[in-house]
Design a protein around this ligand. Sequence first.
Ligand code: HEC
Ligand code: HEC
Ligand code: HEC
Ligand code: HEC
Ligand code: HEC
Length: 463
Amino acid sequence: MKRLVPAVALALFACDDGGEATPLSFEQTLDPAACKDCHPDHYRQWSGSMHAYAATDPVFRAMNARGQRETEGALGDFCIQCHAPLAVQLGYTTDGLNLDDVPAHLHGVTCAFCHSVEAVEGTHNNPLRLAMDGVMRAAVRDPIDSPHRAAYSPLHDRDDLRSSALCGACHDVVTPAGVHLERSYKEWQDSLFNSTNPAQRNTCNDCHMPGRTAPIADVAGVPVRRQHDHSMPGVDTALVDFPEREAQRARVQRDLDTLLVAELCVLPRSGGAEVELSLENVAAGHGVPSGAALDRRFWVELRAFADEGVVYESGVVGDGEPVAHLDDPDLWLLRDRAYKADGSEAHMFWDVAEVVSDPLPAPPPSPDALPGFGGQHVVRRYVVFDPEDPRTPDRITLRVRARAIGLDVLDDLIESGDLDPAIRDAMPTFDLAGTVLTWTPEAAERRLTRLTGREALCVPADF
Ligand code: HEC
Ligand code: HEC
Ligand code: HEC
Ligand code: HEC
Ligand code: HEC
């Protein structure tokens, strides 16, 4: 059933050169393509973002289809309310199963959706109220005349703490069973960054929408302002042909490269070594991983060598191999784990009765702290000893690797017949440059370890 959209009468728009430009109709303001000519940078960046991809995403479609089947439709619009919110608002879909029949310009989290928000009426599951009046809201206080009405909104202004509530409204998911499954907003709220102190404050947009000085519309007479990047990389990337696919993937790599800092301290022993590995989240304003952390796989690969022979390894997986299936008691795997009511492992939202999470945390509130190196390191101890080959390692390599969605999760969807197996092959594995280290006695510096305070040989030397 399609709800009728009120037609909004707009005054005729007069161009600088005295000519008449046609005002956008309300229907036109709903279509991202209508913004493209005047806001080409915003359009291009958004078109490669996960917001544009949210309803194209084959993994989303597969999970939603399976969820609808397994709950006999009880899931309703739960998933699609965030993945194509305008399509739900305008009555084009009630369950997201008919997306191919929904006009493509209503797929995903669109320009008009974000720019129409006039109130945030909760903290999770998309409680955003839309004005639906054709007014495009953002943080420009004195917009010049344009073919659409425009207005300043504190909910869109990264310098205003309330702007995080707009993003957070969708970036916190509570399942129909009441489990708080995705918690990026909650994690941010509990962090140092949720602060009225400008030296500490970082809203979502401070980090996710970096600004540059440029005109915000490609129209004659437009002043120079702060233009905000709309590509919003995280860890997820398009797994099918999609605009800006390679560029978006490069942005994800760039951000992951500076996300974590690692320190590797080694106490050589005759016949082996003890290793203390410290990881610190130095860039994210929430946990690592965050959000869809049930699907995320961030893991440590540690390998020790003696005379070029491997004497120890943890977290080593082949390209197409799920890390969750490793038989590796030392494996340091960062992800949320979820369980069904009967205690067995759950991969799917609607099955989850309990979730257990221990991400690398964001810095907690503290009166004097400054963002950055907050001392939030998490340390693990490894014992490198192979009774079959008791040699002292002379080289140890480290890298933290990341996959947006575990191959075990994709396999689960392939087995149920909901996902095309070709999608699995497209899933990238990222190595985080800040964690790629090689330890040798020569490259290391002697200092005290963080966990047990013993003198050890540590890399990087200039930590
Ligand atoms: C014919 C050109 C044109 C088209 C088409 C157009 N805009 Fe604009 N838009 C402008 C101009 C001009 C401004 C004001 C720029 C300034 O003052 O620096 C503007 C301002 C904005 C602002 C800032 C509002 C504020 O006060 O903070 C937003 C948001 C916006 N447009 C969104 C959109 C969206 C979304 C679309 C597509 C539905 C769109 N625009 C289509 C020309 C256009
Ligand atoms: C996920 C929400 C979201 C989506 C989707 C989105 N925007 Fe924005 N946009 C924002 C926010 C938030 C700001 C204000 C950032 C600030 O000033 O702190 C903004 C700012 C703007 C501005 C004002 C200039 C600037 O760069 O600050 C324009 C113009 C704009 N967006 C156009 C678009 C267009 C066109 C699209 C779709 C192609 C789009 N936006 C999609 C959230 C969004
Ligand atoms: C209508 C709900 C909604 C709103 C509002 C929203 N988002 Fe999103 N966002 C999503 C969805 C859905 C996805 C993921 C889509 C997918 O991958 O299938 C996403 C993806 C992202 C990602 C990429 C995550 C990854 O793993 O790669 C980032 C970063 C992000 N959003 C930031 C923001 C910021 C910042 C704002 C506020 C300006 C915001 N979002 C507002 C729904 C929303
Ligand atoms: C201090 C900077 C900072 C702030 C503040 C911040 N983020 Fe992030 N965020 C990052 C970085 C860096 C990444 C990339 C690393 C990653 O994926 O964990 C990221 C990743 C993400 C992801 C993908 C996470 C994952 O593991 O799947 C989402 C979703 C996201 N942010 C949403 C938000 C939202 C919503 C807010 C505000 C409530 C926010 N972020 C505040 C820096 C920040
Ligand atoms: C409250 C809004 C909301 C609801 C409800 C929601 N999602 Fe999402 N979804 C998001 C956001 C936000 C992201 C991006 C999170 C991130 O990247 O960390 C996302 C990401 C995803 C992804 C991208 C892959 C991944 O793991 O990053 C899939 C698939 C997905 N959701 C499926 C679903 C399904 C299926 C449902 C219903 C059972 C659902 N979502 C319900 C907001 C929502």
